[in-house]
Every structure is written in structure tokens, then in C-alpha cells.
Write a protein that binds this ligand. Structure first.
Ligand SMILES: C[S@@+](CC[C@H](N)C(=O)[O-])C[C@H]1O[C@@H](n2cnc3c(N)ncnc32)[C@H](O)[C@@H]1O
Length: 291
């Protein structure tokens, strides 16, 4: 992939080392940031200002990630700060109102909590390395995963049940001039064949124990009778917190569903999210494909 400012001698192997390095370095600066952060905002996240050895992401893409945050009304403040020698911008925001609205829908499977923007970028880059050409974010919140898909040249669809969040996505889409296809619909009702997908990756926007399993099962049942199944990746957001899981700890809590539907785990990376900000371990993203 030419989105990273380093040369790759063995592109496939080197890419996985690169993703490992990016996720570990992000976890490191997140831990340092948690120690030094003295603000009081409801949510906060960081983005490096420029490409570096620790984050060899091309400046054009880093600029587009900053643009997503700058044009996103959930953030009301930002400032620059060096964290572990990396100059970053800290974004502070509030999602209370959207969170409350997102739980009022009868078939809502998970309230709105976003992945960090750089985490979304790394996760989508990994999906792209598996040759996925289209990305469907199921329960997309403010659309950051679909936004990253679009800037990484995937065909993006952003499925969200809450109309307020979809309006927010449209505002960001217009302001950034990146159309990641915000779609206001209940993911359980949606007819995915209308997207004419060929080799998609579905990101499931919910933890297994909080309703993500309902979203995932629905998608799997819809595609498992079609040829699409052979070319489909599914990415699950899990949890390392054993307190939240009743005895089912492996694969971030997704192992029962993964086994039941014959999925292969191809990669797992831990990435910071808003909901793990104050936790020592981040959110595991589990990349799977059908056997
Ligand atoms: C944890 S958030 C994840 C947001 C985004 N994927 C991310 O990682 O930043 C889950 C989102 O799923 C949405 N959602 C829940 N149930 C849904 C459903 N049945 N159809 C579509 N969206 C749904 C919620 O409104 C919420 O915005």
C-alpha cells in the first residue's frame, strides 16, 4: 500500500509488521496521554500531527483524519501537545446527547461510542490488506470507519439507525467533501443485496454481550446462503474485560459465534476506543473470513 511513508521489501509480511507497530505505538501514546491528561471533557482522543518513524502514515491521510475531527461537531476544543516525543493534537468533545438518542430506538443493538479516529484508520488499512474492496460499517455512529474506508479508496457504506447521528455524518461528509455514504436504516432490516457487493468487509459496531451478536448473526444469516460468503470478511469489536463476559473470554467474547459460523480468525489487533479510555487494555478488533 502506498499510504505509508516507508518502503516494504516483502509487502505482505512487512505490512503486518507495520500494522503491529502502528497499533503498539498508538497504545503507548494513549497510555502516556491518560497519565498526563488533566482536562475534564466527556470524551477525548489524540492524533499525531505529522508522519514519523513511530507513525509512518502519509501526511495527506493524517491531514484528512484531522479534517474529520475538525469538521465534526462532537469536538468543541483542541490543542497541541507532545506525547512521548510525538507532537499530537488532542481533541476534546461531548457525545452525551447522541448517546441518549442512540438508545431510544426499539431495535438499537448498542449505544453510540466511537472508535478513536486513528484506530479506525489502522483497522480499515488492515481490512484493505485482505483485498476487501467495499466496506459496510454496521452501526456507524459518526461514520469514522466508513470515512477512513473512503479515503483508503474502498467503496464505503455507513449504516446507522439514529437519524441524529446520520445528520451528523452528512454534515461531516459535506464539510470534508468525503462522501462515505451515510445511510439511515435499521441494519437488521436492510437489504444488503442492493449494494451489489463483490468482496466486502463488514465492521460490526457492537460488543458481543451488548447486542453486537444480534447485528453479526443477522448479517451472517443474510449472506451465508449466497456466493458472497466466499469473499466476505467480518470484523468484530470485542473486549478483554473478563468482568463483562460470562465465561467466554477468547476472541474478545466472539468465539462462540466464530465457531458456530465457521469463521477463520486472520488477525487480531488491540486499538484505543472512547470506551476503553480509562482502561489499561484497549479494544481487540478481530478480523475474520469464512472457511
Ligand atoms: C458502539 S457504536 C459504534 C460506532 C462506530 N462503528 C465506531 O466504531 O466508531 C454503535 C452504533 O450502532 C448503532 N446501532 C445500534 N443498533 C443498530 C441497528 N439495529 N441498526 C443500525 N445501527 C445501529 C448505534 O446507534 C451506535 O451509533
Amino acid at each position: 500500500m502506498m499510504y505509508f511513508s516507508m518502503s516494504l521489501s516483502n509487502p505482505f509480511e512487512d505490512l503486518f509488521l507495520l500494522f503491529d507497530k502502528l497499533s503498539k505505538n498508538l497504545a503507548l501514546i494513549k497510555q502516556e496521554f491518560v497519565q498526563i491528561y488533566d482536562g475534564h471533557s466527556h470524551i477525548q482522543e489524540i492524533l499525531p500531527m505529522s508522519s514519523s518513524d513511530s507513525f509512518p502514515i502519509i501526511d495527506k491521510h493524517l491531514g484528512l483524519l484531522h479534517n474529520f475531527a475538525e469538521k465534526n461537531p462532537i469536538y468543541y476544543n483542541f490543542y497541541e501537545q507532545k506525547i512521548n516525543d510525538i507532537l499530537c493534537r488532542v481533541y476534546e468533545g461531548d457525545i452525551n446527547e447522541h448517546w441518549l438518542n442512540s438508545i431510544k430506538h426499539g431495535s438499537s443493538c448498542q449505544p453510540f461510542y466511537p472508535t478513536w479516529i486513528l484506530s479506525a484508520y489502522i483497522a480499515v488499512s488492515i481490512a484493505k490488506s485482505f483485498d476487501c474492496k467495499e466496506l459496510v460499517d454496521i452501526g456507524s455512529g459518526d461514520g469514522r470507519i466508513a470515512y477512513c474506508a473512503k479515503i483508503l479508496d474502498l467503496k464505503a457504506t455507513s449504516i446507522e439507525i439514529d437519524d441524529g447521528l446520520v445528520e451528523l455524518q452528512k454534515t461531516i461528509s459535506v464539510a470534508t467533501n468525503v462522501n462515505f455514504n451515510p445511510t439511515c436504516v435499521d441494519a437488521i432490516e436492510f437489504d444488503y443485496s442492493s449494494l451489489k457487493l463483490k468482496s466486502p468487509v463488514f465492521f460490526i459496531g457492537g460488543l458481543p454481550q451488548m447486542g453486537g451478536d444480534i447485528l453479526a448473526t443477522n448479517i451472517i444469516e443474510k449472506i451465508s446462503t449466497t456466493n458472497l460468503k466466499n469473499n466476505t470478511c467480518i470484523v468484530f469489536a470485542g473486549t478483554h474485560s473478563q468482568r463483562q463476559l460470562s465465561g467466554n473470554y477468547s476472541n474478545g467474547g466472539w468465539s462462540a459465534l466464530i465457531e458456530k459460523h465457521g469463521l477463520n480468525v486472520m488477525e487480531t489487533v488491540s486499538l484505543p476506543t472512547i470506551w476503553t479510555f480509562d482502561q489499561p487494555v484497549d479494544t481487540p478488533y478481530i478480523f475474520t473470513k469464512f472457511n
